[in-house]
Design a protein around this ligand. Structure first.
Ligand SMILES: C[S@@+](CC[C@H](N)C(=O)[O-])C[C@H]1O[C@@H](n2cnc3c(N)ncnc32)[C@H](O)[C@@H]1O
Length: 209
């Protein structure tokens, strides 16, 4: 993915500040890769190992056990994985981690505001997109609003190819109403509900028609 450097936005600053405080070796929101692996690999099986995977708002994870979603999918054979995050603190740390692992042939970490992804990649580029916590972040943040949520979903819809799948991992089942908006022609399926630390998380898959 080619993307030119840009000026920091309010959101970069907010997320960089959050991550700068993180000294733990591992940070993960929601469900772990291990919990998600059976669902993700089952949904991915129709696309084959060379499919193009996008992980928007990839976040941070700096040890191998547990592992982040991108590294987890790499470890089971997927190679074309693009991890994107608005925070350059996250991307720098993940790139450094990658230098010491054996994942650096085709897995990318890119600092990018996903709202602007269509400036960086052509439409219909990805077979599979995994959002773990980003849509929720946009909805929960004071700096963003419903319009931003639709800008984000439209951006994901545009770069997803017909027949591709957008997966949403969220803490609220009510997010279904955004996915089912008439802007998007895709088949939405409610996958499992999984628990972690006494909280429930919902997984939706959307297959673009
Ligand atoms: C709740 S965290 C989830 C991180 C990771 N997916 C996980 O499950 O641990 C949300 C992530 O989205 C990133 N983010 C927020 N707004 C973004 C945007 N507009 N473009 C790209 N990344 C963004 C943040 O920097 C943060 O890493």
């Amino acid at each position: 993915m080619r993307y030119n450097s840009r000026e920091l936005s309010v959101m970069d600053v907010i997320w960089n500040a959050k991550y700068a405080k993180v000294t733990a070796t591992y940070v993960d929101w929601y469900l772990s890769y291990t919990q998600l692996e059976p669902i993700l690999t089952s949904l991915l099986s129709i696309y084959g190992y060379s499919c193009e995977i996008l992980i928007p708002g990839c976040g941070l994870s700096e040890t191998n056990t547990p592992i982040d979603v991108g590294t987890g999918l790499y470890s089971v054979g997927y190679r074309n994985i693009t991890n994107v995050d608005i925070s350059n603190v996250v991307i720098d740390r993940m790139q450094k981690k990658q230098l010491t692992s054996n994942t650096n042939d085709t897995m990318e970490f890119v600092c990018l505001d996903v709202m602007e992804i269509s400036r960086a990649v052509p439409p219909n580029m990805f077979d599979f997109i995994i959002d773990k916590g980003l849509l929720d972040t946009l909805l929960c943040n004071e700096q963003t609003n419903i319009e931003d949520v639709f800008t984000y979903l439209k951006a994901m819809y545009l770069v997803l190819r017909t027949g591709g799948t957008f997966v949403l991992v969220t803490h609220s089942a009510s997010r279904l109403s955004y996915l089912e908006h008439p802007n998007f022609v895709w088949k939405v399926i409610r996958e499992n509900q999984l628990d972690r630390d006494d909280r429930s998380y919902h997984i939706f898959s959307c297959v673009k028609s």
